[in-house]
Ligand binder design. Structure first.
Ligand SMILES: NC(=O)c1ccc[n+]([C@@H]2O[C@H](COP(=O)([O-])OP(=O)(O)OC[C@H]3O[C@@H](n4cnc5c(N)ncnc54)[C@H](O)[C@@H]3O)[C@@H](O)[C@H]2O)c1
Length: 325
């Protein structure tokens, strides 16, 4: 299949691109490179450097790539920025999505997969939430994800587009941006490797459902290749809760092991505690039973293994940068 991945130069998008190529699909990418990087992409993947909010440019990219399926990962991803600038958030996350959906319909696309979010839809949940859990987003970012899902359901009804919204947990893995506000795994690793103490917000007892990026990419592939009609939403998480204190300990031991294997003597600084972040959820957990039953997806990379792989990637990147490569 010819697959167009928006946001394909970003963290999750680039893993989706790799998974699509490995499955034998032909891939093109639409990305404005505001957050993503060309070097995240495998060689030879065509990229249209286009802002999804620019309808005419999106249309042109679709005419040139002639996709049969779309995976829409492009987004303004900062929750706090959406709170400060809701119009800017909606420009990319609502209008941009609509431009991509309309171009998809005009191009005769058959399947459309959308990156949604379990955390921002369900809010605080202390048991894994299933898809029926009421959505009550509190940020413009979350409101746009919910609106996005509703637009997908509309496009499925109105235009016969087969649509899936994948509600991710906290995705982590290689290539995540360590300079954002989210992505605690990448942020802590970057600080450890710079010899700085990771800063834990509040008491660190904030529970999240961490899911490895390659598992998320595989969920996208399964949704792309599904055979239903209409719109479906699926959670993509593990149902396992980990708080930030445990995560920090897990990362510390994963990185210590890797640095020892490289013949170094790691002395990672102890974490420090900062003020809590206003509005942070106490607990967010996803029940991924539906995607297991209907698409056969189960997470394959346990947290310990995922942290090891991610720590190895960040350590290697730091070595490469230090060598000036
Ligand atoms: N990382 C997570 O834990 C998580 C959780 C839930 C949902 N999501 C969703 O997954 C998707 C991918 O997120 P990510 O973590 O890989 O972030 P990312 O920033 O690495 O990827 C987003 C990509 O979209 C591109 N982009 C941004 N604005 C654009 C625009 N106007 N036009 C074209 N391209 C644009 C960026 O350059 C970037 O490459 C997003 O839709 C995000 O909301 C992520």
């Amino acid at each position: 299949m010819r697959v167009l991945v928006t946001g394909g130069a970003g963290f999750i998008g680039s893993h989706v691109v790799e998974a699509c190529l490995a499955a034998g699909h032909e891939v093109a990418v639409v990305d404005d490179l505001s957050g993503g990087k060309k070097e995240n992409l495998p060689a030879g993947v065509p990229i249209f450097q286009v802002d999804v909010a620019d309808a005419a440019a999106v249309e042109k990219a679709f005419e040139s790539a002639r996709p049969e399926a779309v995976i829409h990962e492009a987004a303004q991803i900062s929750v706090s920025r959406s709170v400060r600038e809701p119009g800017l958030d909606a420009r990319t996350n609502v209008l941009g999505l609509l431009n991509v959906l309309e171009a998809a319909v005009r191009q005769g696309v058959r399947a459309f997969v959308f990156a949604s979010s379990g955390g921002v839809l369900y809010g605080d949940v202390f048991e894994p939430a299933a898809e029926e859990h009421p959505a009550a987003p509190v940020s413009p970012y979350g409101i746009a994800k919910l609106a996005g899902e509703m637009y997908l359901a509309f496009f499925a009804r109105e235009h016969g587009l087969r649509c899936a919204a994948l509600r991710y947990g906290n995705v982590y893995g290689p290539r995540q941006d360590p300079h954002g506000e989210a992505g605690v795994v990448a942020i802590f690793l970057e600080r450890f490797l710079a010899g700085a103490a990771p800063i834990i917000n509040g008491d660190g007892r904030y529970i999240r459902d961490y899911v490895y990026v390659e598992d998320v990419a595989r969920a996208n592939l399964l949704a792309l290749e599904g055979e239903w009609e209409g719109f479906r939403a699926y959670n993509v998480g593990t149902g396992r809760g980990t708080d930030v204190n445990e995560l920090e300990r897990g990362l510390r031991s994963a990185l210590t092991e890797i640095l020892r294997e490289q013949g170094r003597k790691p002395a990672l600084p102890a974490a420090t505690y900062g003020p809590p972040r206003p509005g942070d959820l106490r607990s967010s957990l996803l029940d991924a039973g539906k995607i297991a039953r209907e698409l056969g997806w189960r997470p394959q990379v346990a947290l310990e293994e995922g942290l090891k792989r991610t720590a190895a990637w960040f350590a290697d990147r730091r070595n490469r940068n230090a060598d000036g490569l």
